[in-house]
Every structure is written in structure tokens, then in C-alpha cells.
Ligand binder design. Structure first.
Ligand code: NAD
Ligand code: TYD
Length: 355
């Protein structure tokens, strides 16, 4: 089968591309604009594989998308391209409206046009898999409830509102035009190749450099953490076995308060990186409480029983095993880290072509 994957140079997209190339016989076309979050160095392990292809394309560019669909003839579209950081959506929402809403619309229309041109068999087999977030459901503050696939949407941030909008567009394209879609809504991911603007990689790298560990508000906000490779396996299962028109929630049953996550990282670093920057006695001494995020959601938690019961997916990593693997990965992949911190990763494509 042929998979057209948008956002394949991002954190989760690159895990999906690596998973499919390394564990299946499928062909992959990675369609990515390479924003600040796109990093081809996360794909070095598959870059030369004959079943892997890359196109630097903006999903808002309909003509370019039409050409890619016509040339590649995908069986499955997995749509991960997005602006993904809540804090950036607060300081600059327009890019989120553009890529997450308009980009998804353009991709849906390119998919619909291509799908309409297929013979009956290809039409029935085609899948458009939209990858979304549990943040569309809003805030579970003060309850012990879990998000299920029927929880009402109540997004809080410009990011989650733009993702909610894209989810609605995808479902409308199924109901109105019959496009065969599946949707997944997942909890917070963590793991290797995560851009250090998000909580876990930011804390690991700041601590190693002796910088402050900025905890928003009182640090009691709860997220439900899932190791990114577990998410990648779940996405492949849904893209290939999910029932058209259905939504699947994906999560790790790992609810943790942010402050506990930061303490767990500090403890692991005490063990794995005991030689600290000068003047630092304990990594946890770097914890600094800063102003809270506006509109900050207090708690997210996913009920992942549907995907387990219907598609047999369960996560392999606990938070403890996954976090240890993550810290070890950042300690041993210093070149990737250095290139991200220096900005050098953004010139990797041109250096490859010049070389
Ligand atoms: P990311 O920010 O790491 O990567 C996004 C990728 O999309 C980058 O490679 C970027 O270059 C690309 N991109 C951005 N705008 C584009 C455009 N206009 N055209 C083409 N490519 C573009 O994001 P991520 O954390 O890997 O998240 C991937 C998807 O999963 C997103 O849709 C996100 O909403 C969803 N999601 C993320 C999480 C999480 O914890 N990170 C959890 C649940 C769902
Ligand atoms: P983040 O990784 O940005 O993911 P999201 O906002 O999508 O959940 O943040 C995870 C949690 O950590 C969130 O409650 C905000 C908090 N946070 C901090 O306390 N300090 C930080 O420096 C960052 C980036 C996040």
C-alpha cells in the first residue's frame, strides 16, 4: 500500500514514518512544509530507503497537493501536519488557523478530488486518517471523568479550537461527500525527537544546561502521557483496520501532574547525568514557578477502552519505562540536540542536496 503522510518531519509524524518503513512493506510519501517544527534529521534512519519519499510542500497549496496525489496515487492519507504548540497559538494564532483549518480543508478537497477519480475498488479501500488531540474536549477540572469518543467538544486555546475545527471538517467530508475517514484523538505524547518547546524535552535540556525549569502556575495541571512509539503503532492500526466514520481515542492511562513529571525527570538525571553544571547541587533546585498560561486547562485524561476492545491496541510503555528511555535518548543523541539548539537542523536539506 501507499501512504501519503503529512507532517512526517514532525515529532509524531517522524515516528509514524519510521514505524511504517521499518516494520511494514508499504511505501511512504512524506509531505511536509518544514516549519521550525519539521526536522529531516529525525528521519536519517529511513531517508535512503527506496520505499521512502519526501516532498517539501505546504498543505495549503492545493495545486501542489493535486500533483502529489496524481503522481503518488496513495491508498491512505495520514494527516499529521499542524501547528501544534499551545503557547505559540496564544502569541500568534493565525498560523494555526491557516495550517490546521485551511490546510486541512485543502487536503480534504485534494483527497476528495483524487478519491472521486478512483475505480470502485480503490474508492472503497481509500482512507483519510485525521490525527487529532484530546485537547478538543476541553478541561476535566474538578472531576474524575475521562474523555470518551462521545464527550462534547469544548476547546480552550486557539490551538485546540483550530484542531476541533479541523475534526468537524473531516467528519463533514465523510457525511456529506462519503469520503472514507477515520479520526483519532490522542493525549500528550513524549519520547525521542521531541522539539524542546514542549514540557518534557524542555525540562531535560534546560536541566542539563543548568537553566531554570519553568513550571506554569502551581504545576498541579494534569496531562495523560503516552510514549510516541505507542502512538505511532496505534495510528498504523487505525489507518489500516479502523472502521470508516469512527473516532478512536488514544491514551496511556498515565495521568501525572506537571510538577511530578518535572521531579521524575530531575531524579532520572541525578542517576544518568550526575555531573551537573557548575554551581548546581540538585537538578530540582532549578525548578522555578512562573506566571500561568492564559486559559490553562487543568486536567486531560483519555478513556482508551474503545481502541483496545475493537482494534486490540494497548500501549507497551509505562510512564516510568518511557520516561527513562526518553531521558537516555536525549543524553545519547547530542548531535540531534545540538543541531536543534543551534538552528542548524533547518539547513540540513540544503546541505544534503549540495553534498
Ligand atoms: P510537530 O509540531 O512536531 O510537527 C508538525 C509537522 O507539521 C512539522 O514537521 C511541520 O513542518 C509540519 N507542518 C506544519 N505546517 C505545515 C503545512 N502548512 N504544510 C505541511 N506541513 C506542515 O507536531 P506533532 O507533535 O508531531 O503533532 C502531529 C499531529 O498530532 C498534530 O496534528 C497534532 O495536533 C497531533 N497531536 C499531537 C500531540 C502531542 O502531544 N504532540 C498529541 C495529540 C495529537
Ligand atoms: P506542553 O508540552 O506545551 O503540552 P500541552 O500544552 O499541549 O499540554 O505542556 C504540557 C503541560 O506543561 C501544560 O500543562 C503546560 C505545562 N508547561 C509548563 O509548566 N512549563 C513549560 O515550560 C511548558 C512548555 C509547559
Amino acid at each position: 500500500m501507499k501512504f501519503l503522510i503529512t507532517g512526517g518531519a514532525g515529532f509524531i509524524g517522524s515516528a509514524v514514518v519510521r514505524h511504517i518503513i521499518q516494520n511494514t512493506e508499504h511505501e511512504v510519501l512524506n509531505v511536509d512544509k518544514l516549519t521550525y517544527a519539521g526536522n529531516l534529521e529525525s528521519l536519517i534512519s529511513v531517508a535512503d530507503h527506496p520505499r521512502y519519499h519526501f516532498s517539501q510542500t505546504d498543505i495549503c497549496d492545493r495545486a501542489a497537493l493535486d500533483q502529489l496525489f496524481s503522481d503518488f496515487q496513495p491508498d491512505v492519507v495520514m494527516h499529521l501536519a499542524a501547528e501544534s504548540h499551545v503557547d505559540r497559538s496564544i502569541s500568534g494564532p493565525f498560523a494555526f488557523i491557516e495550517t490546521n483549518i485551511i490546510g486541512t480543508y485543502q487536503l480534504l478537497e485534494a483527497s476528495r478530488s483524487y478519491w472521486g477519480s478512483l475505480a470502485e475498488k480503490g474508492k472503497a479501500a481509500f482512507r483519510f486518517h485525521h490525527i487529532s488531540t484530546d485537547e478538543v474536549y476541553g478541561d476535566l477540572e474538578g472531576t474524575t471523568d475521562l474523555f470518551t469518543e462521545t464527550t462534547s467538544y469544548s476547546p480552550s486555546s486557539p490551538y485546540s479550537a483550530s484542531k476541533a475545527s479541523s475534526d468537524h471538517l473531516v467528519r463533514a467530508w465523510n457525511r456529506t461527500y462519503g469520503l472514507p475517514v477515520v479520526v483519532t484523538n490522542c493525549s500528550n505524547n513524549y519520547g525521542p525527537y521531541h522539539f524542546p518547546e514542549k514540557l518534557i524535552p524542555l525540562m531535560i535540556l534546560n536541566a542539563l544546561q543548568g537553566k531554570a525549569l519553568p513550571v506554569y502556575g502551581n504545576g498541579q495541571q494534569i496531562r495523560d502521557w503516552l510514549f510516541v512509539e505507542d502512538h505511532a503503532r496505534a495510528l498504523y492500526v487505525v489507518a489500516t483496520q479502523g472502521v470508516v466514520g469512527e473516532t478512536y481515542n488514544i491514551g496511556g492511562h498515565n495521568e501525572k501532574a506537571n510538577l511530578d513529571v518535572v521531579h521524575a525527570i530531575c531524579q532520572l538525571l541525578e542517576e544518568l547525568a550526575p555531573n551537573k553544571p557548575e554551581g548546581i547541587q540538585f537538578y530540582q533546585d532549578l525548578i522555578t514557578y512562573v506566571k500561568d498560561r492564559p486559559g490553562h486547562d487543568v486536567r486531560y485524561a483519555i478513556d482508551a477502552s474503545k481502541i483496545k476492545a475493537e482494534l486490540g491496541w494497548v500501549p507497551e510503555e509505562s510512564f516510568e519505562t518511557g520516561l527513562r528511555k526518553t531521558v537516555e535518548w536525549y543524553l545519547s543523541n547530542t548531535e540531534w540536540v545540538q543541531h536543534v539548539q543551534s538552528g542548524e537542523y533547518q539547513s540540513w536539506l540544503s546541505t544534503q542536496y549540495q553534498g
